[in-house]
Design a protein around this ligand. Structure first.
Ligand code: 9MR
Ligand code: ZN
Length: 548
C-alpha cells in the first residue's frame, strides 16, 4: 500500500550538509536571536540583503548536545534589532539560510498553518479560487454505515481529514478545535485581521471561526440522538496514495466512546462561549448539543471504548476517560455556572493530579485552562491549577537550558509527533506567564518556534513552505497523488521520532542516530513525517502569540 518514493532518497539523506542552524522565518526585533553551529569558527557575521555586514560576533562553545549527538556552538546576535533580511556567514564562506528580523515576522507562517485546515476539508471539494493548484473534487460524500449494524446508513459528511490519511476521528478533532478556539479567545485581534482566502473570507466572522464551524458541524453529525458520539468515521482500512475524491470505499461509523462523547461535550460548550457574541442562535445550538452529550455521560459513568480490530484505521484508544470527563465538566461549569458541574470537576481532581496536558490522550490542561480563564470557581482551585502550569513551565524551561537548541524535549521524548510536544510545551509556558503575570517563559516558548522553523540539527523547517529549506514530502496523500511538485503550504510535520515506529523509518535511518536527527522528509515515513490537524493547531496558538 505504501512505498511512495518518487524522488532520489540517497540525495535527500545527504542534503543535511549545513553547519549553521537558524530560524528560517526569523526573529522578532526585541527578542533573543540565537543560531547554533556544529563546527568551530573564530567568528560569524550577519549580512543583510545588500551584502553589508550588520553584526559580528564570536561563537561560544556550548558543549556536546546529547539530543543532537554532537558538539555545538551558540552564535548570539540578539543585539541586532534593525528590520531586514539577513543570513549568517562564517569565515570559510559558508552561509546560513536567509531569515528576517521584523515585527510580525511569523505572519505568513501563521496564515499558512491556519489555512492548512481549509486544505484538509472533507466532503466539499476545494475550488481553484481558494485552493489554486491544490483544488480537488468533492470527497467522502457517501453515507456511512454503522459498523455494528450495517442496516443503518447515516449522513455525516464534512469536517477535516485528520492527517495523512482520510479518516475523521472525534477526539483528534476536538483536540485541534480546542487549540484553535483558545487561540482565538486569547489572541482575538490577530485573527480578526487575518484573511485566508477561504470561501467564507470577508464574511461576518473571522476566517478562523468560519473554519472551526466546519469541524464543529461535523462533530454534531457524529452525535447520536441520545448524546453518545461515534468514535470515528473511516473506511475499513487506510486508502492507498490516491486523491481524496478517488477514495470511494465504504465509510463506517465506529462505536461511540466515552472519550469522544466527553470531548464533544467539552468542545461544543467551549465553542458556544466563543460564538455567543457573533451568532447567538449557533451558540445556543452548540450548548444544547454539549448538554445532550453531557447527559449521556452522566447516565453512563463508566469508561467505554470498543475498538474494532478489523477496522485498521487509526485507533485513538485511551486507557481512561477521566481527563476527558474533567474537561467536559469544566467547560460546562464555565458556560452554565451550575454548581453540579463544579462538583463533577472536583471529583476528578485526584485522577488528574498535576497534569497540564493538551493532547488527545490527556485533555487535563484544557479543563484547567477553561477554569482559570473564566475567573469563576474557587480561589484555592484556581491557585492550584495555575501553580500546576507554573511548575510544569519551570520543568520545561530547565529542559530548554539543557542543550544549545533550546528545545523543551528531553532525550526520551522524541517520539511520534514530537513537534506537537514541542508546540504544546510552548503553549504551557505562555500560559504560565499569563497566570503568573510575568514574561519569564516567553523566551523559552519562542525557542520552540525557532527549533520548529529550522534552528535544529537538520537545518530543516518542519512547516511546509516556510523558509528556504522546509519539508516537501510529508506523508499526506494528496501531496503525493496530486502530481504537483510543490507541497501544500503550512503543514506541520510530526518531526523526529527516535523510536522509528514505521518500517520505512527503520530502513532509512541508522540505529543509534541522535534523537533530533531521527527524521527524513519522506512520503512513506508516517511515524516521522505525517501531518495532523492537532499538530497544526498548537502551531496556530503559539504563532498567534508571537504575532499579537
Ligand atoms: O498521533 C498518533 C500518535 O500519537 C500515535 O503514536 C500513533 C500510533 O497509534 O497514531 C497517531 O495518530 C495517527 C492516527 O492513528 C491516524 N491518523 C494519523 C495520525 C498521525 O500519525
Ligand atoms: Zn474527504
Amino acid at each position: 500500500m505504501y512505498n511512495a518514493v518518487k524522488y532520489n532518497r540517497t540525495e535527500v539523506l545527504f542534503l543535511n550538509n549545513k553547519h549553521i542552524f537558524i530560524d528560517q522565518a526569523g526573529y522578532l526585533p526585541d527578542m533573543q536571536k540565537l543560531a547554533v553551529l556544529n563546527i568551530q569558527a573564530e567568528s560569524f557575521e550577519v549580512i543583510n540583503s545588500s551584502g553589508e555586514v550588520c553584526y559580528c560576533g564570536t561563537p561560544v562553545l556550548a558543549g556536546t548536545d546529547s539530543k543532537a549527538g554532537e558538539q555545538v556552538w551558540t552564535a548570539d546576535f540578539s543585539q541586532l534589532r534593525s528590520t531586514g533580511r539577513y543570513h549568517l556567514r562564517l569565515p570559510d564562506g559558508e552561509r546560513s539560510f536567509s531569515f528576517d528580523i521584523k515585527d510580525n515576522v511569523y505572519d505568513t507562517c501563521l496564515d499558512d498553518v491556519t489555512k492548512a485546515f481549509y486544505y484538509l476539508r472533507c466532503g466539499c471539494g476545494l475550488d481553484e479560487k481558494h485552493a489554486g493548484v491544490f483544488k480537488h473534487g468533492k470527497c467522502h460524500t457517501g453515507k456511512a454505515l454503522v459498523w455494528t449494524d450495517n442496516s443503518i446508513a447515516l449522513e455525516a459528511t464534512g469536517g477535516w481529514h485528520d492527517a495523512g490519511d482520510y479518516g475523521r476521528y472525534v477526539t483528534a478533532g476536538a483536540c485541534a478545535l480546542a487549540h484553535l478556539l483558545y487561540a482565538y479567545k486569547l489572541y482575538p485581534a490577530v485573527f480578526d485581521r487575518q484573511s485566508l482566502n477561504i470561501p467564507e473570507s470577508g464574511g461576518k466572522e473571522p476566517d478562523l471561526l468560519a473554519e472551526c464551524r466546519v469541524e464543529l458541524n461535523w462533530l454534531m453529525k457524529m452525535q447520536r440522538e441520545d448524546g453518545a458520539v461515534y468514535h470515528k468515521l473511516t473506511t475499513k482500512g487506510h486508502a492507498p496514495f490516491i486523491m481524496p475524491e478517488e477514495d470511494t470505499a465504504q465509510l463506517y461509523l465506529l462505536p461511540p466512546s466515552s472519550m469522544a462523547t466527553a470531548d464533544t461535550a467539552a468542545v461544543l460548550a467551549l465553542a458556544s462561549g466563543v460564538y455567543s457574541l457573533l451568532d447567538e442562535e449557533y451558540s445556543e445550538l452548540l450548548l444544547e448539543r454539549a448538554l445532550l452529550s453531557y447527559s449521556w455521560l452522566e447516565s453512563n459513568p463508566d469508561y467505554l471504548f470498543e475498538n474494532q480490530k478489523e477496522c485498521t484505521t487509526g485507533g485513538y484508544g485511551e486507557h481512561n476517560d477521566r481527563d476527558n470527563r474533567f474537561w467536559a465538566a469544566s467547560e460546562l461549569y464555565v458556560i452554565t455556572g451550575e454548581e453540579k458541574y463544579h462538583d463533577h470537576l472536583k471529583a476528578f481532581n485526584n485522577d488528574i493530579g498535576d497534569s497540564v496536558a493538551f493532547g488527545y490522550g490527556d485533555m487535563s490542561g484544557l479543563g484547567k485552562l477553561a477554569y482559570l480563564l473564566s475567573g469563576t470557581g474557587s480561589r484555592s482551585l484556581r491557585e492550584k491549577y495555575s501553580a500546576d502550569f507554573i511548575a510544569a513551565a519551570d520543568k520545561l524551561a530547565a529542559e530548554c537550558e539543557n542543550g544549545a537548541y533550546g528545545c523543551s524535549l528531553n532525550e526520551m521524548s522524541f517520539g511520534w509527533g514530537s513537534n506537537m510536544t514541542v508546540l504544546k510545551n510552548a503553549m504551557v509556558m505562555l500560559l504560565a506567564d499569563r497566570f503568573s503575570h510575568t514574561k519569564k517563559y516567553e523566551c523559552y516558548a519562542a525557542e520552540q518556534i525557532h527549533y520548529l522553523l529550522g534552528k535544529n540539527p537538520l537545518s530543516i523547517s518542519y512547516v511546509s513552505g516556510c523558509g528556504e529549506y522546509s519539508i516537501e514530502r510529508p506523508h499526506l496523500r494528496p501531496v503525493y497523488a496530486d502530481g504537483i511538485d510543490e507541497c501544500i503550504p503550512g503543514m506541520v510535520s510530526g518531526g523526529p521520532n527516535r523510536y522509528l515506529s514505521d518500517p520505512f523509518a527503520k530502513k532509512l535511518i541508522p540505529e543509534g542516530t541522535a534523537p533530533m536527527k531521527c527524521f527524513i522528509d519522506d512520503y512513506d515515513c508516517y511515524s516521522l513525517n505525517e501531518i495532523t490537524i492537532y499538530w497544526n493547531s498548537p502551531a496556530v496558538f503559539v504563532l498567534a502569540h508571537f504575532n499579537s
